[in-house]
Design a protein around this ligand. Structure first.
Ligand SMILES: [Zn+2]
Length: 424
């Protein structure tokens, strides 16, 4: 332990003078000020040690700085997607295929997903569940070590779900005994819920995910059924808070939404059957809605989609859009989330035009993927805007996304923590 500390100190001494000299200056033709919700012209961003050092119109650029010229582009903070599933193969909507792969295959097949999502401009994700527990934790750490490129991940470790619930491996014969990691988060009482939260906290997860209603993409599930009792949801939130963790709840069914909001979750995922009472409760509690609008088209256009899932989806498609519109009109806080894996990895920004089509302004949609998402994540001090002290997560697009939000689907430049991953 002591020798490690000395090594670290020596390393820091050796590196410090170099880091001090390494300033990168980004010239931004337009820069989206996410907090103020406005574009600012001709800005300079100075970056040091992976963080934003300064930003402004008339900053002096040090002589030895590396200059990145984005003066013909619109620069924005790195985007945040609050609902991803990076674990698992691209284009495989059948959960039962999990049983055909080893845990190692599942992990390796996921590596390209991380890079694809990063290059689409998403420098931070909240990854809200994997059928094989804890691969997300390993992936987060591998990306942080620099083993392969990907967004900064905040992970949940496993779904906390009832037996046969929305996050369970369902559709399997009772003859089959599932491996431990396919049932890691199954819980059926307040104390079991607490035990699962404790397990996950002990595995260093960043967030807790519960499922308080049935799901569309789960066998034998009814999205309009409630899952978990008030006591179980209260136990999840209370225990999570003991570890300083926030809770996200998957919920379509109106009663499942309201129960989770009353229990104190930070966000409702999907929210398809959200009713007026639910909207008022979300406003009172400051609960975010993470709408995942882009999934509908992808579910219906995927030739491999299990017919059962198509039928589930048909029941709530138009309803979820109407309820989203109402939530926007009435001022529910919205955070950007895609459920990516349902749609191809890297198409996350297709969510933006749908948010705008159904009632949000382009500025509000951009804020949902920057400052709003950072607030929901609980890390507004680190990500979500280009401000001194925050990570140097910076992207750029051609054109003005406030005039035409679809330009977000073609991100030309990506920097994460001061490292450039994509250039025009
Ligand atoms: Zn999801």
């Amino acid at each position: 332990m002591r020798s490690l500390r000395i090594l670290a100190a020596a390393g820091a001494l050796a590196i410090a003078p170099v880091l001090r000299a390494q300033v990168t200056a980004v010239k931004a033709g337009k820069l989206f000020d996410a907090e103020a919700g406005v574009m600012r012209a001709d800005q300079v961003i100075l970056i040091k040690g992976g963080r934003i050092a300064a930003v402004g119109a008339n900053l002096a650029i040090p002589k030895d700085a590396k200059v990145i010229d984005l003066s013909k582009m619109t620069v924005l903070p790195g985007l945040l997607d609050m609902h991803t599933h990076l674990i698992g193969p691209a284009n495989d909507p059948e959960p039962l295929n999990e049983l055909r792969r080893t845990m190692a295959e599942e992990a390796y097949v996921s590596i390209p997903n991380a890079k694809t999502v990063l290059l689409a401009g998403f420098t931070t994700v909240r990854d809200v569940g994997t059928y094989r527990a804890l691969i997300d934790v390993a992936m987060r750490d591998a990306i942080a070590r620099g083993d392969f490129p990907g967004p900064r991940m905040y992970v949940v470790g496993a779904y906390i779900t009832i037996t046969g619930g929305a996050g369970a491996m369902t559709g399997v014969s009772p003859d089959v005994t599932l491996p431990w990691d396919m049932s890691y988060g199954v819980a059926n009482s307040p104390w079991e819920v607490r035990e699962r939260v404790r397990r996950l906290a002990g595995q260093n997860v960043d967030y807790i995910k519960v499922l308080s209603s049935g799901a569309v993409l789960t066998h034998n599930s009814n999205a309009n059924a409630r899952e978990f009792t008030d006591e179980e949801l209260a136990a999840a939130v209370d225990e999570a808070h003991n570890f300083g963790l926030k809770v996200a709840s998957h919920a379509h069914n109106a009663a499942g939404i309201k129960a989770a909001v009353k229990a104190g979750v930070a966000s409702i995922e999907h929210g398809s059957y959200l009713d007026e009472e639910g909207i008022q409760l979300m406003k009172q509690h400051g609960t975010y809605l993470v709408p995942t609008l882009e999934t509908t088209d992808c579910i219906h256009s995927d030739p491999n989609e299990p017919p059962e899932f198509l039928e589930h989806s048909h029941r709530l498609d138009s309803l979820s859009i109407e309820n989203f519109k109402r939530a926007v009109r009435e001022g529910v806080k919205i955070a950007f989330g895609t459920d990516i894996s349902v749609c191809p990895f890297g198409t996350n920004a297709k969510e933006f035009p749908l948010m705008v089509k159904y009632g949000m302004t382009p500025v509000a949609a951009l804020q949902a993927a920057t400052v709003g998402a950072a607030d929901l994540l609980g890390h507004a001090d680190l990500v979500g805007s280009i401000k001194p002290g925050k990570y140097a997560d910076i992207i750029a697009v051609s054109g003005d996304p406030i005039a035409n939000i679809t330009v977000m689907e073609d991100v030309k430049f990506v920097m994460k923590e001061g490292v450039v991953y994509k250039e025009p």
